[in-house]
Design a protein around this ligand. Structure first.
Ligand code: ACO
Length: 318
């Protein structure tokens, strides 16, 4: 048995924060942010709006596009690094808010690779026949873990959610997945602080060595794409759409070049969203499905990379 993505959905919070808005908060400029990252604006969740709320709206839109009822969903996985609370999982909160009573629900934490990790796990759980219809959601509110006085990080991220519906299928949809981790590289991108017994230890905001992350991302993204292509007996020439994690246009361009995929075949949404971590790939997928670029039968190469360090790829026949 195989698995197939049959529908997508996404949600971006209403509030838009432009580069010019940011230049009033920290010492930066639209020109610096655009030339270094390609980002022009990002969305910011409202007070009281939780990661689970973003996830629920994205999932509701994906479900509507799938034609399935929420009660048909028997597996619900949320990839997030910014859960509503330490526990229960955001997936359990989403299950309740959606009314997905028949679903087993859990979270995956692999930072910006979380969606690809979740898709890989769900592919196994559905293709073995144990589950039939899954919701895989990436949802993040990074605006709450950023230091808004640190111009080297706060300009790069945004909030949002994307979702896909994965079902059992007689024909191949998800063709191959490959995941990697290297915990020895955890210091280049992390949130070092935490709260214990009500006391904050360290800094509970995103820390990043931008240049080290840039080099690592460019090194590993094309390689893991080639691994999944080889598993499916394909080459980069077979790719109709490259849908990479949306961190930075320069990382995306360098990955496309290294892999040999033309810019016209690469989906880029980071300009208006910033880096939405685990939400970025399903947000980009939904954009390209709804604007008619990704069509049935297309070969779609997704690739994620993020803190941990983690990276992975899922090769999909749409
Ligand atoms: N506005 C203006 N100046 C800034 C800003 C800012 N927002 N941020 C940093 N600067 C300054 C620095 O202080 C430095 O000044 P100095 O030379 O006086 O010391 C100068 O700009 C250059 O800083 P660098 O860090 O060398 O800039 P670089 O060209 O490397 O670009 C960037 C920084 C954009 C972070 C780049 O390294 C990058 O793209 N890294 C990848 C990071 C990324 O995408 N992370 C996303 C999370 S990871 C993931 O999703 C995989």
């Amino acid at each position: 048995m195989f698995t197939k993505i049959i529908a997508t959905g996404s949600y971006l919070p209403e509030k838009v924060l432009t580069n010019d808005d940011l230049s009033k908060i920290v010492d930066t400029s639209d020109e610096w942010i655009r030339t270094r990252s390609g980002i022009r604006s990002r969305h910011i969740a409202a007070d009281g709006e939780e990661t689970s709320d973003l996830a629920v709206t994205a999932a509701t839109r994906a479900l509507a596009a799938s034609g399935l009822s929420v009660l048909d969903i028997d597996l619900l996985v949320v990839a997030t690094t910014t859960p509503d609370v330490i526990f229960p999982s955001t997936a359990c909160i989403v299950q309740d808010k959606l009314g997905a009573k028949n679903a087993v629900a859990f979270d995956i934490q692999a930072v910006c690779s979380g969606f690809v990790y979740a898709l890989s796990i769900v592919d196994r759980m559905v293709s073995t026949g144990q589950y039939k219809n899954a919701l895989v959601i990436g949802a993040e509110i990074y605006s709450r873990i950023l230091n808004w006085n640190d111009r080297t990080t706060c300009v790069l991220f945004g909030d949002g959610a994307g979702a896909v519906v994965v079902t059992r299928s007689e024909t191949p949809g998800i063709l191959a997945t490959k995941l990697h981790s290297d915990g020895s590289r955890r210091a280049i991108l992390n949130v070092p602080g935490h709260v214990r017994n009500g006391v904050v230890y360290g800094d509970p905001h995103v820390h990043m060595d931008g240049q080290a992350v840039f080099k690592m991302a460019v090194n590993v993204m094309a390689d893991v794409c080639n691994e999944t292509l080889a598993m499916a007996n394909m080459t980069a020439a077979d790719i109709d759409w490259l849908v990479p994690h949306q961190a930075n246009v320069r990382i995306i361009d360098a990955t496309g070049k290294k892999l040999g995929v033309a810019p016209e075949k690469t989906v880029v949404t980071v300009q208006g969203q910033g880096n939405t971590s685990a939400a970025s790939i399903p947000l980009a997928l939904d954009t390209a499905v709804r604007d008619g670029r990704i069509k049935a039968g297309d070969v779609v190469q997704t690739v994620g990379v993020g803190g941990g360090f983690t990276w992975g790829s899922a090769l999909i026949r749409w």
